[in-house]
Design a protein around this ligand. Sequence first.
Ligand SMILES: C[S@@+](CC[C@H](N)C(=O)[O-])C[C@H]1O[C@@H](n2cnc3c(N)ncnc32)[C@H](O)[C@@H]1O
Length: 260
Amino acid sequence: METKAINQKQKEIYAQWEQSSMDRFCKNYSRLIDRLQERESISILDIGGATGYFANALAVLLSDKSKVSVCVVDAVKYEPWENLTNKVQFIQADALTLKHLFEKETFDCIFANRIFHHLVSHSWVESVKNMHTLCEQVYDLLKQDGYFAVTDHYYEGIIWDEITSKLLYQYTSHNKRMIQKLLYQMGAKSAGTGVCMLSEKMWYTMLESTGFLIENELASPGAWRNLEWYKAFGLLNKRYSLDNVMVCTKKQHEPGRDCI
Ligand SMILES: C[S@@+](CC[C@H](N)C(=O)[O-])C[C@H]1O[C@@H](n2cnc3c(N)ncnc32)[C@H](O)[C@@H]1O
């Protein structure tokens, strides 16, 4: 299992995005943060936490009432890590190696904001498999009453739900310089590296098949939009929605259900 690294341009953009999204993330997750604050001690992991500003904000917010430990795992090291180290622990590692870094059932809450679609590999199928693998690892690392909090985008294809995901992966993974430049101009910051966006249905299927229950009352939905006609045509895209929040718990095993 392997993932491709983001490029330098992406790193610069994501560092800015993370800093500017911090307040919105805290607002989107406010009901979840309230729930977490009921615990005496809280252990948090932010996968793909970039600069660590969101992780640091969580540490500050939650340490009012509880004993908190917050850890960021990111494949890339960002400059602010040096200044934020007293509240957050930073580990530079591939998300798919999490199971080697932590014990099972360690965390009360695991965040994965806008990282899943970056788990690209050398084919679309492998990239989707990477996402399933990360979900399984998150499931194992969460305590039984833990929360898995995801922010990510949905892209729904025309007629065939997965078609936009496949086309977007193919276009952005292209290694021809001219095509990369063109896609970059059109707004695809991941041109040359690739992205693997899922539809809402694919997200729900992946989470539910891993054993998660999506707790809608804790999540803020994104807004559905339409791409410009030429992008919608090129990607066979029906609609898309950015920064959708999915807060999940582990499905509880119902005692006696297996014994007929
Ligand atoms: C779009 S940024 C999101 C940053 C932040 N979570 C946010 O929502 O603003 C994606 C982050 O995921 C990290 N990333 C990408 N692939 C990764 C991998 N395989 N393992 C760990 N981190 C990865 C990138 O380095 C980057 O910091």
